[in-house]
Design a protein around this ligand. Structure first.
Ligand code: ATP
Ligand code: MG
Length: 383
């Protein structure tokens, strides 16, 4: 905070107005540390870049990242948003000279306060009162504000999760009315906000409200999962939350632009849990430890397997072999014992050996495996 205040003073020396704004002021008044401090100024992005060590991160919207005393600050020029044509992007922005206009584009009253270099709060929207009353209230007409940018509805739930505040009545009614508009927001923005919602203490309250308002129905592939964790009051980490939702949905929804690695992981967890009741070493062998751990955590609630979380993980750890790489005999050796050219018989035989090892019918030792192959050799010669 000290460096942010010093930076405000630098701006003032240059003849500009500058304030700490938004979530950082809210958190400061609540006595909690903000990780990112946003600054709002009358200086244009070009002027900011001329005077400070900085990189542009969204010049079109007036934002520059400034490095000052070994800290980073997002500095945004006072602005006024033009019409929003699609519930998520303003058609353009005009830079403005005053916070009177700048505050109008911000989402909630508690996020609409400005702090100057002398530690004075400038509150044009009743943010201080709402903070004391612990309410989340749109600045201006909520219908207009959610139509401009539908993500703001999820930001309200994020604030519920983080602060345990109530959503003001008209704001809440407006979310119910406009909930469908969330469909117009990009997967990345929604995903980022959801991860924040899940992370905080009151996430279950936020999720319950998402069910009550019906907005959860417009989040592709997540609605059954959200309803389930809210009804059962299950607190999960972000990754477990999405795994649970996709399991309840029977598949990962393509809407979320997940990496191949993330998709593969969720698919493995779904596939394992779908083997309801049929837990054995052959099944577990097909999965990685990480997937089993996630499935074990979800199974605590889902109870598709009749074992505890610890038992399931132990079962995996106790597998006599966890992957083909651990097989104590090389392909070369097998081929030379059987005396045939490599072919599909090789993987069949190896799978058979692995299955015997998994079921403790054969030890994973070269000598034992050799003996076993010799016993079966005739079968292959007859082919
Ligand atoms: P966090 O605790 O996650 O930092 P925050 O409220 O500070 O929460 P930021 O994304 O850092 O959120 O945004 C900073 C400020 O910018 C907000 O407090 C709010 O004033 C404004 N803001 C952010 N997103 C929007 C939006 N979608 N619509 C209107 N104003 C927004
Ligand atoms: Mg912030």
């Amino acid at each position: 905070m000290i460096n942010a205040l010093l930076l405000l003073k630098e701006f003032e020396k240059l003849g500009y107005l500058a304030y700490i704004v938004g979530g950082s002021v809210r958190d400061f008044l609540l006595g909690s540390e903000s990780f990112d401090i946003d600054i709002s100024t009358s200086a244009t992005p070009d002027e900011v870049m001329k005077h400070f060590k900085s990189v542009p991160i969204g010049v079109k919207f007036g934002t520059v990242l400034v490095f000052f005393n070994d800290e980073e600050f997002e500095v945004t020029t006072f602005r006024k948003d033009l019409e929003y044509y699609d519930n998520r992007h303003p058609d353009g922005v005009i830079f403005s000279e005053s916070i009177e206009e700048d505050v109008e584009r911000r989402d909630f009253t508690i996020n609409g306060m400005y702090l100057d270099s002398k530690f004075h709060i400038i509150d044009l929207v009743g943010g201080k009162d709402d903070l004391a009353k612990r309410i989340i209230k749109s600045i201006g007409n909520p219908d207009d504000r959610f139509r401009e940018d539908a993500l703001r509805m999820l930001r309200a739930f994020y604030l519920v999760s983080k602060l345990d505040f109530k959503i003001e009545e008209n704001t809440l009614k407006s979310i119910i009315k406009n909930r469908e508009l969330i469909k117009n927001v990009s997967a990345e923005r929604i995903y980022r906000e959801l991860v924040k919602i899940i992370k905080y203490e009151n996430s279950l309250k936020a999720l319950e409200l998402m069910v009550d308002t019906g907005i959860y129905l417009y989040l592709p592939g997540l609605s059954q999962g959200i309803k389930y964790v809210a009804d059962q009051q299950i607190m999960l980490s972000g990754e477990d939350f999405f795994a649970m939702c996709f399991y309840k949905n029977s598949k990962v929804d393509k809407f979320w632009k997940l990496s191949n690695k993330e998709k593969a992981k969720y698919n493995q967890v779904i596939s394992l849990l779908n083997h309801k009741g049929k837990l054995n070493n052959n099944l577990l062998y097909q999965y990685e430890l990480d997937d089993v751990i996630t499935a074990a955590r979800l199974n605590k609630y889902l109870k598709v397997f009749n074992v505890t979380e610890e038992e399931l993980i132990k079962m995996y750890e106790n597998l006599p072999i966890k992957s083909e790489k651990e097989l104590q005999i090389s392909n070369q050796k097998i081929i030379s014992i059987v005396g045939l050219l490599p072919g599909s018989w090789l993987s069949e035989l190896k799978n058979d050996i692995i299955s015997k090892i998994l079921n403790h019918k054969l030890a994973n030792k070269e000598e034992d495996i050799k003996k076993y192959i010799l016993k079966r050799k005739d079968e292959y010669e007859k082919r």
